[in-house]
Design a protein around this ligand. Structure first.
Ligand code: COA
Length: 201
């Protein structure tokens, strides 16, 4: 029999107290520099980058695991009162479980409902399929290819539609803080017999 553990997370706005744990997430993050040069390669450069992201008019969001670790981060960088660029990063252990989608939905909802944005945009490498798929499924459309050999896409999503501005947004009602419980993950138990090659099942 396999033991099953639910995994619980909170998506919320970041606070200044989160910065050390955010730094730790990016120190542990792999692969570094692969996403348009981000995250930066060294602890010192990550610290400088986080200082720039957590200052100014930017709005930062985190996913906190039940053990207190920060395992996801997104930021809305406002460049005008009604327009912001979004960036999102999940620790490698937690990708592909639906958390990126939940975080992006919460960010879009916050940008629309609380910041009254009209547009959210981003750039992404064409070959970054998980990210391109996530953005496409959330309604981002490609404006044009940028970069050498069309290696990057500029994508944008309109927000602030009359429907989203209602109190109860039917599309992205992800008010913060938002609690997420993932389906239990299976772990091999000691009573499971080893497989034929001797490794635990
Ligand atoms: C991109 C990223 C934020 C996506 O978050 P995630 O939690 O891994 O994605 P989710 O599990 O929420 O999946 C969302 C959608 O993306 C798509 N997707 C996820 N992983 C995928 C993969 N390996 N291949 C293709 N599509 C994938 C799925 O279509 C999924 O759709 P669904 O909700 O209908 O199932 C995350 O993988 C990440 O942080 N990657 C590294 C950093 C990065 O690329 N940041 C973006 C830079 S622009």
């Amino acid at each position: 029999m396999a033991v099953r553990h639910p995994e619980e997370f909170i998506i919320r706005l970041a606070t200044p107290d989160d910065v050390p744990r955010l730094l730790q997430m990016y120190v542990d993050f792999e692969p570094k520099v692969e996403f348009q040069g981000l995250p930066p390669p060294t602890k010192e450069k990550i610290e400088q980058w986080l200082t720039s992201l957590t200052g100014g008019g930017n709005v930062n969001f985190v996913i906190e695991a039940a053990d207190g670790r920060i395992i996801g981060h997104a930021v809305l960088c406002r460049e005008a009162s009604d327009r912001a660029e979004v960036a999102i990063f999940l620790h490698q252990e937690f990708r592909g479980k639906g958390l990126g989608r939940k975080l992006m939905e919460a960010v879009i909802h916050f940008g629309c409902h609380c910041l009254h944005l009209r547009k959210i945009w981003l750039s992404v490498q064409t070959l970054n399929l998980p990210a391109v798929e996530l953005y496409r499924k959330l309604g981002f459309v490609t404006l044009h290819d940028i970069g050498d050999l069309s290696s990057e896409l500029l994508m944008e999503r309109s927000v602030g539609c009359p429907v989203c501005r209602q109190e109860e947004c039917p599309v992205f009602d992800k008010r913060l803080p938002l609690r997420i419980t993932l389906p239990p993950a299976e772990e091999p138990s000691q009573s499971d017999p080893p497989s034929e090659d001797g490794r635990p099942r």
